[in-house]
Write a protein that binds this ligand. Structure first.
Ligand code: SF4
Ligand code: SF4
Length: 429
């Protein structure tokens, strides 16, 4: 099976030291070398060299990888593991025939999850039932337990509240406070799943940016970041989305933005990866580098803006879970903690295995529900040792995963985005 020589070189930088093994969630769970980063790298190099065949067993070990990138943080040799697994998956996908249910789930990913209007429409019946108070009753009588595992997992992830039809953010919003120097123009990346399921978090993020003296632009032409396609081996559509986003935030001949900000770690990681995605596109390669250099997580941006003092105390014991796509992919760990430290009354208890994947990993929780559930149980058990009543995390997918697992286990745990807490501390609502 061929492999791009540049990706192959990445694999050769592995010196087999094994320091990544304890950081790997799947290895930690199974103890199997083929479920570790080191083992998978050997499998992928073996495939590329034609020394091994892409048998079902080989595929199984590679499919089980969360692409969480915990191994990259742990690796002293700087192996860029995600490029290896993403290319290998794309190549393996070309010769794979998925069963009907797998095809249906993929179709939902590519055609519904990545299109906010379609997603809103698909969720409308559930939202109506929630408003009428019938949905929780159906959950209680176990009706959804009849669904196949993957669809059941999808159902469990649906937040229990939300507007019937989330309205899009305005295209341009003026600052509500004057910045001391110049007014930065911030392009806000709303995300597809984020803008539908976590619309209120987006709105709170924008409120804070405006209060920090920024002008916020939400270009209508922005599309899905491409992560769902990219992580499922569909690189061409992902690259097309990347081009669309570059054009949306930096229109040719128009005024670009100073920064591109998102409150969704998964999207932020993908946006920062555009230079890799478009490296062979002569028209966009350089634009992708410039675009990625402007991407900031909301926590980083809010730290740089002159925000009003958070005066409203939040007297809670909380713990912070590092989303993989924030901590490992974007190396953002200090900024959210620094923001949370400003909130009066908030006690932050350290979380054991704070940067180990919760099992969400994009669409992994729907494709590998068994391992995903093992990891979310592990996360919940770790959270329980802290005695926290609140878990804070900077990614929609993690929030949904941890919250739904807490509900399934009957635990009283609230899950919130740092932005929600900061907003409450600043505005008192
Ligand atoms: S990406 Fe995550 S699951 Fe995959 S090998 Fe690395 S640490 Fe393990
Ligand atoms: S830590 Fe890096 S070099 Fe060591 S085995 Fe893991 S991937 Fe290879």
């Amino acid at each position: 099976m061929p492999m791009d020589p540049r990706t192959y070189e990445r694999g050769l930088t592995c010196v087999h030291c094994g320091l990544c093994l304890p950081a790997c969630p799947t290895y930690t769970e199974t103890g199997h070398e083929a479920d570790s980063p080191r083992g998978r790298i050997q499998l992928m190099l073996g495939l590329a060299e034609g020394k091994i065949e892409p048998t079902e067993t080989v595929r199984k070990h590679l499919d089980l990888c969360l692409d969480c990138r915990g191994c990259e943080t742990a690796c002293p040799s700087g192996v860029i593991y995600h490029e290896l697994i993403e290319e290998t998956r794309a190549r393996l996908d070309q010769s794979r025939t998925l069963p009907l249910q797998g095809r249906l789930v993929r179709w939902l990913f590519f055609n519904i999850f990545t299109r906010p209007s379609r997603l809103k429409l698909a969720l409308l019946p559930a939202r109506v039932l929630q408003k009428l108070g019938i949905y929780s009753l159906l959950r209680k009588v176990g009706l959804f337990g009849l669904l196949p595992l993957q669809l059941r997992k999808m159902e469990q992830m649906l937040p229990s509240r939300g507007p019937l039809w989330p309205v899009r953010l305005p295209e341009v919003l003026q600052p509500t406070a004057r910045a001391s120097t110049s007014t930065p123009a911030i392009g806000f990346f709303a995300g597809c799943i984020g803008s539908v399921l976590y619309d209120s978090v987006n709105r709170k993020a924008v409120d804070l940016l405006l209060a920090g003296g920024a002008e916020v632009r939400v270009p209508r032409a922005q599309s899905c970041c491409g992560a769902i396609h990219h992580h499922n081996g569909q690189h061409d559509p992902a690259a097309e989305m990347a081009r669309r986003n570059i054009d949306a935030f930096f229109p040719t001949g128009g005024a670009g933005v100073d920064w591109i900000v998102t409150d969704i770690a998964g999207c932020g990681a993908m946006l920062r990866d555009y230079p890799h995605l478009l490296r062979d596109d002569p028209a966009y390669a350089q634009r992708a580098v410039e675009f990625a250099s402007k991407v900031r997580d909301i926590s980083e941006m809010l730290l740089e803006l002159p925000l009003p003092e958070p005066r409203h105390a939040i007297a809670m014991k909380a713990t912070y879970h590092d989303a993989c796509h924030l901590a490992h992919a974007q190396k953002v760990t200090a900024a959210p903690r620094a923001l949370l430290a400003k909130i009066p009354g908030l006690m932050l208890a350290p979380l054991p295995e704070n940067d180990m994947c919760c099992g969400a990993a994009g669409t992994y929780n729907l494709e590998q529900p068994e391992m995903s559930t093992r990891l979310s149980r592990r996360k919940l058990a770790n959270i329980a040792t802290t005695g926290a009543e609140l878990c804070i995390t900077g990614n929609v997918g993690c929030a949904m995963q941890i919250q739904s697992q807490a509900i399934a286990e009957g635990r009283k745990l609230k899950v919130m985005h740092p932005v929600e807490l900061l907003h409450a501390a600043v505005f008192g609502r």
